[in-house]
Design a protein. Structure first.
Length: 361
């Protein structure tokens, strides 16, 4: 086992290529956001081409900005690299890259060579105001963009409290999924970002009211969004035929806010998990999380060799490397593809949360 605790550059399984979070190379980090975005996307394209795919076949990108004020310039640099009507789905949040000088970090999921890729757009909807698609299907999965309180048909921001904003998000998600022949009941995985810890409870209330049970796997973090009017952003993956996976010894909870795990086809999506003791060190919290994730993977008939994508949430950039090193040691193998997000967590004392998905190779 190497001494390096970085995520694997890319992982391929079930017709998809997962590319770990990429920051600009040292020479480009002296440049502005436009320079860095171009360098990052060039690197992602190179990784995908090495696997027989390309950036043009990306289905979903996650963009982490150091500051929301770079959003417009990021879009300006990003747009020329994608055909206007064919851009991947995208989620953009403020989650400062741990690398000093890096203004942006981007991770990607792309269709492998020979796999299908289809843009999903509801009838009557205009193209997104920024360079992304609302939904992209590849194989049996549909990837939705990060949805905020914006009218899908007109593109106008819809003001209101969290409940009102969540209502807009779920209405938009319903339309996008319908265009793909699916419903909210088919959502298998969700990532939710709220801008303040005080919004977690009302978000959960709104989520339970609109997301039908049994609900998908989910991770929730606290991060700034691209418009100060937005309080919440949600990103979904959907597929028909899901089944719920419970941790061994844990009773089934049919009306739970989130599923511990969701299996669909040859894949399993495991919810973000925290350590057992929030007062413990970062290393001990990480070991505890890995133990719980291992139990979930085992319950679904998978193990760490099947994990294709991991999201590590840490509350401080200084926690990132110790958490990854501990994670690598605890799983006994090199890390899968993944990304590290520096965000707040829903439990104030927690320092580490990890969410994974696995697929048969």
């Amino acid at each position: 086992m190497s001494a390096d605790a970085s995520f694997e550059a890319s992982t391929t399984a079930q017709g998809l290529i997962y590319v770990s979070g990429v920051v600009a190379r040292p020479a480009a980090r002296s440049g502005d956001i436009g320079t860095q975005v171009k360098d990052v996307l060039d690197q992602i394209d190179a990784r995908l081409k090495a696997q027989g795919s390309s950036l043009a076949r990306a289905v979903s990108l996650q963009v982490q900005l150091r500051q929301a004020s770079d959003f417009a310039a990021m879009n300006a640099a990003y747009a020329p690299l994608f055909a206007t009507a064919d851009a991947p789905a995208r989620t953009t949040i403020v989650a400062p890259p741990e690398t000093p000088g890096a203004l942006v970090e981007i991770s990607a999921i792309a269709a492998a060579a020979g796999a299908t890729r289809e843009i999903v757009r509801p009838s009557g909807w205009a193209a997104a105001a920024n360079p992304y698609s609302y939904g992209v299907r590849s194989g049996d999965l549909v990837f939705l963009a990060g949805l905020v309180s914006r009218n899908g048909r007109t593109g106008e921001v819809v003001a209101g409290d969290l409940a009102a904003q969540a209502g807009v998000i779920f209405s938009n998600a319903t339309d996008i999924l319908a265009a793909a022949g699916l419903t909210l009941a088919d959502v298998v995985n969700a990532k939710v970002f709220v801008t303040d810890a005080g919004l977690v409870a009302p978000m959960n209330d709104a989520y339970r009211a609109r997301m039908p049970a049994p609900r998908p796997s989910r991770a929730t973090a606290i991060a700034a969004l691209m418009n100060p009017q937005y309080q919440v952003e949600m990103t979904f993956i959907a597929a028909a035929g899901k089944t719920i996976v419970n941790r061994p010894g844990a009773p089934a909870q049919p009306d739970a806010t989130l599923a511990q795990g969701v299996a669909v086809g040859q894949r399993v999506f495991v919810s973000g998990m925290l350590g057992a003791d929030f007062k413990a060190s970062v290393e001990d919290q990480t070991r505890s999380v890995v133990e719980r994730l291992t139990a979930m993977l085992t319950a679904a008939g998978f193990d760490w060799s099947h994990v294709v994508d991991a999201t590590l949430y840490v509350t401080d950039p200084a926690h990132a490397e110790p958490a990854r090193k501990t994670m690598r040691t605890a799983i006994g193998r090199e890390l899968p593809a993944g990304a590290t997000l520096v965000t707040g967590l829903v439990v104030g004392d927690a320092d580490v949360e990890i969410m994974v998905s696995a697929a048969r190779r």
